[in-house]
Design a protein around this ligand. Structure first.
Ligand code: DAK
Length: 258
């Protein structure tokens, strides 16, 4: 899989997608987003892939949308093509688990793409921010909404209205980041975590992901009912039978994704 703006590698059961526009700090150009959509379509169609990791460079996960591409656009141009919203949302529509491995800057659209992933693992060098206010605009790829649901109103307002960046530790305390590793170890550690997920039953992982995501869209009662129905549904799979049999027989399970 060769692309102009990203590098895609297969590591065991993990698809590793690395943003690769170093001269622009991985600014998310239309070309990069098109490559990303294409790569995710390919990885999702590949049954050998059980988990996807998105990462950037040591200096930047991604410094936002490519400002040089959007600076001169008019309201009508942005509105009439819905500023390529479909492409950006592809990450949030991933059925397979997807982890953001963030080192350096994750700003604007970069922070938003990371927030679309199922969880974020950060290097100690990571800096998250929604600095759009500094350039006369506001978040446009879900930043204000996903941040508010993740870290609450106070910190979301702070980030969106002042444009300040927050470091990895503050991001972990706030609930943006699941775990932190030293920058030099980040990708290897995240690949290990992703492989651990890829080794599980793919359909059961997908159900777990769907259940958690439902929590952001429904009342508690509806969410609990949804979770319970999916829990019941796991009992229709061979992998549930195998997983519990393996526990009882004190051996490792061998999941068949069935
Ligand atoms: N776009 C284009 N180029 C960028 C860039 C960006 N976002 N960020 C950095 N670069 C380029 C710089 O222009 C510079 O290029 P050269 O001058 O070398 O040609 C190169 O990367 C290195 O950057 P710096 O020289 O600035 O490096 P520093 O270490 O001094 O500073 C920085 C790093 C990250 C603090 C700084 O580059 C910076 O502030 N960058 C801009 C960050 C930003 O404002 N990001 C938000 C952009 S707005 C939507 C989807 C998405 C969005 C909206 C809607 N829909 C689907 C509706 C998203 C909007 C945004 O993200």
């Amino acid at each position: 899989m060769a692309y102009d703006n990203i590098i895609v590698e297969i590591r065991g059961g993990v698809g590793l997608v690395t943003f690769n526009r170093p001269k622009a700090l991985n600014a998310l150009s239309a070309g990069l987003i098109a490559d990303l959509v294409n790569a995710l379509d390919t990885l999702e169609a590949d049954n050998s892939i059980g988990c996807i990791v998105l990462t950037g460079s040591e200096k930047a996960f991604a410094a936002g949308a490519d400002i040089t591409e959007i600076a001169g656009r008019s309201y009508l141009e942005m509105y009439s093509d819905d500023f390529i919203a479909d492409g950006w949302e592809r990450v949030a529509r991933c059925q397979k688990p997807i982890i953001a491995a963030v080192a350096g800057y994750a700003l604007g659209g970069g922070c938003e793409i990371a927030l679309m992933c199922d969880f974020i693992i950060a290097a100690d060098t990571a800096k998250f921010g929604q600095p759009e206010i500094m350039i006369g605009t506001i978040p446009g790829a879900g930043g204000s909404q996903r941040l508010a649901r993740t870290i609450g109103k106070a910190k979301t307002m702070d980030m969106c209205l002042t444009g300040r960046n927050i470091g990895a530790e503050e991001a972990e305390r706030a609930g943006i980041v699941a775990r932190i590793f030293a920058a030099a170890d980040l990708v290897d550690e995240v690949i290990k975590i992703a492989q651990g997920i890829a080794d599980k039953s793919q359909p059961i992982v997908a159900m777990g992901k769907e259940a958690v995501n439902k929590a952001f869209e429904t009342s508690l009662a509806e969410g609990i009912r949804f979770e319970r129905r999916l829990f019941h549904a796991t009992f229709a799979t061979e992998d549930q039978t195998e997983g519990m049999a393996a526990f009882v027989e004190k051996r490792q399970p061998s999941f068949k994704n069935k």
